[in-house]
Design a protein around this ligand. Structure first.
Ligand code: SAM
Ligand code: SF4
Length: 323
């Protein structure tokens, strides 16, 4: 295996792959109520195209692949894709970010196919608040998905929580969750450039951390597998940890190791830059792998040093990029 190094000497080994732009929820911070215009079916990369792209990317140095969306579990036969990725190289670290609504039915099959771990996005543990934030979601289904992921042996299971003001009333509930279950809760700062709200909804992860101190002393802690940019802490008597992801207040660009591929095959070297390279056209244009590899390297060469302080809109919403 070779390696992918960007112009700032960062080694890039992580690909976030959006398998669809469709979603069964309409989270208030991520989408307008009517959703976002859907890509046409023929514009979305087929599983065969994704696997071909990944074969080339894995040979070039990608060793971690996160499936995301939209909601990845609404795309049919995701277990098939996971099995095909595992067959490329068994040690590829395959993970999933999902809202969990369809996870209870799928967790076992996904784990059997080679999925290693999962992040489930649950912003509230109060059924009414959860429904208000997701506009349509049933909290019981998402929590059943978490239980099913644990039963299927997916490890670790992390809960993603976007930090908005409602959260102050919920910290006790999340502290209780990691007392009851071996899951890690990660508080993620709201990123306005690819969200629906403006930045006035932003609350810093540090503020949440300070308020969590009311539930016991937070001790700095070893991160679980695949921690990425999160800083982790443990609370007394808990089975899981609390993580804080602060892309806004203390950005982690110097350690960034990721590239992104959208469902329609656009490679984005940075979540917050509008730069995109069209991999779909290249994949559909020729059976030769060399131009695909060249395009990956070209995209990498455009990876910016940092997100530049969020001065520019990101061009697409989070559900269209994959978070
Ligand atoms: N549908 C899946 C889910 O919700 O987990 C995967 C896609 S979603 C775009 C990926 C992650 O991005 C979720 O954890 C979601 O909460 C988060 N997210 C969406 N919009 C965001 C924003 N503007 N700022 C911060 N996080 C955001
Ligand atoms: Fe869908 Fe995930 Fe966006 Fe919520 S955050 S609307 S679940 S893509």
């Amino acid at each position: 295996m070779t390696s992918l190094i960007d112009p700032y000497s960062r080694q890039i080994d992580y690909l976030r792959l959006a398998v669809t732009d469709r979603c069964n929820l309409r989270c208030v911070y991520c989408m307008p109520p009517e959703g976002v215009p859907h890509l046409r079916h023929e514009d979305i990369l087929t599983y065969e195209e994704i696997v071909r792209f990944l074969r080339i990317a894995v040979q070039a140095g990608i060793s971690k692949v996160r499936l995301t969306g939209g909601e990845p579990l609404v795309r049919k036969d995701l277990d098939y894709l996971i099995r095909e990725i595992s067959a490329l190289r068994p040690d590829v670290d395959i993970s999933l970010t999902t809202n969990g609504i369809l996870l209870a039915q799928q967790a076992e099959g996904l784990a059997a196919a080679g999925l290693k771990r999962v992040n489930v996005s649950i912003d509230s543990l109060d059924p009414d608040t959860y429904r208000r934030i997701t506009r349509t979601g049933d909290l019981a289904k998402a929590l059943a998905g978490v239980e099913a992921a644990l039963d299927a042996g997916l490890e670790p299971v992390k809960i993603n929580v976007v930090v908005l003001e409602h959260l102050y009333d919920e910290l006790e509930g999340f502290a209780d969750l990691i007392r009851r279950l071996p899951v890690h809760v990660r508080f993620i700062e709201y990123m306005s450039p690819c969200g629906v709200f403006d930045s006035s909804y932003y609350v810093s992860a540090e503020e949440v951390k300070n308020r969590l101190a009311a539930f016991g002393k937070l001790e700095s802690s070893e991160p679980p597998v695949g921690a990425g940019p999160a800083r982790y802490f443990s609370l007394p008597g808990t089975r899981g940890k609390m993580g804080f992801i602060s892309p806004v207040s203390s950005h982690f660009c110097p350690e960034c190791n990721r590239l992104r591929l959208t469902a329609d095959g656009k490679m984005r070297p940075c979540l917050f830059s509008q730069d995109e390279d069209d991999m779909r056209e290249i994949l559909r244009g020729s059976g030769d792998d060399a131009p695909v590899l060249e395009a990956i390297r070209l995209s990498l060469s455009k990876k910016p040093r940092d997100h530049g302080g969020f001065t520019e809109p990101s061009g697409r919403k989070m559900s269209q990029i994959g978070g």
